[in-house]
Design a protein around this ligand. Sequence first.
Ligand SMILES: [Zn+2]
Length: 431
Amino acid sequence: MENNIKSYLPQISEYFVKDFGKEYGEVIRQRINDSAFLFVSTSLANKRKLSTAIDNQLLRLTNQFCKEAGNALGISSPYKILTPEELSELKYYDVLIKSSSELNDETYIDFVKFLGKLVQKDKISQKNCENYIKNDKNKEIIKNCIKTICQIYDKNYVDKMRDLTRLKRQLLSNEEPSKTTGAEDRTIDEIDALDIDENEKDILKIKIAEYVLNDETAGFSFYTKSTSGKDMRVCILPPLEELNDSILFHEISHTVNAHNYSAKSGFTLIIDDDNKENQDLDEIITDYFALKAQNLAQKEGFKVCNNENELSLYSCAFMLFRNFLEGYAKDIKSCRMSGDPSLLDKTFGKENIKSLSQLATQFLDLIDTERQGEIVNALEEKYGFDIDKIDFSQKPKSYYEKQYLKFAKTMQETLNNIKEFQKDADSENSL
Ligand SMILES: [Zn+2]
């Protein structure tokens, strides 16, 4: 079926179109049709190949650092590209410089040698180093140079490189990854065959390594550009033995999103720093539209996978979010489909989006325990799916009820604020 998934896409697209409306038909069909689907299983060979992607990425970062450091120091090329191990010396230098203690001559000599490597003068003799640092002015210059590049290293590189190194160690350790399968694995070949540049392929492989090792999400979607600059969406899914329609529709629901807005959410990029904004809110919305399309499919008896569907964590939040999701479906759709990331704040108000986003995270945190099913069922039974019908005068009987009532109250207020915000925006427009 791996290759066959393409044959199901036109029909799946129609369910999304039916829910979103004809005006989005063309763009939805195209986004889904242009997506690539990878069914990821793991094998030892695969892990080794994934770790190569990490090496490539470390090398790229090192490269980038050396360029940046060279520029900051006013060194024109040629400069030497250091190894990640050599670079890690900077962590130690940073601590030394920041500590108030006097630096000794040995440290200054290390500094000189390090900078020597960067400007491709590998063989500065010990004697030359000693002579150079006899002059206090030179010492000051050297110290400032090291300080400058330590700052660059600290700001943009050290965390990323540490995460990558950790991931690699984890990948190559003997522990069996949590997602295993006996199926023949062509993931790496399939990634290599994608029409995206090498850097993006490595980033995707690194995300797959994280996915395989962490077992946090059922699947994920990866947004990138093709080599010709076209939007590309890649859906990463579990192997078919484990896949079900809820996971499939959820990931496809991500691909329906516009690139700019969604690239900020859904999963965490290592390489790009600020991408966690509205992530939980986006997941709840994604799951909501996935479920709507899936319900339409079910009504017609349409099914792709044989496995039983499962209720996702995100769908548990519908009881709190239903009034928002249904009351503002049209606005939510136009934001999701638009490539304009500022539209969200313009439509709902920046503070209101912030509030919804916080509610999403707080609610998911509240119920994301081993007793999730039990907690959610009890809350649903007591409070239903319409927060306007909640009797707030009733005393909560448990911690979960207390928290939920607090969230529901905030949700009511936020929805009122959105109403006010849109009224103001409307009257401004009509002036
Ligand atoms: Zn998702």
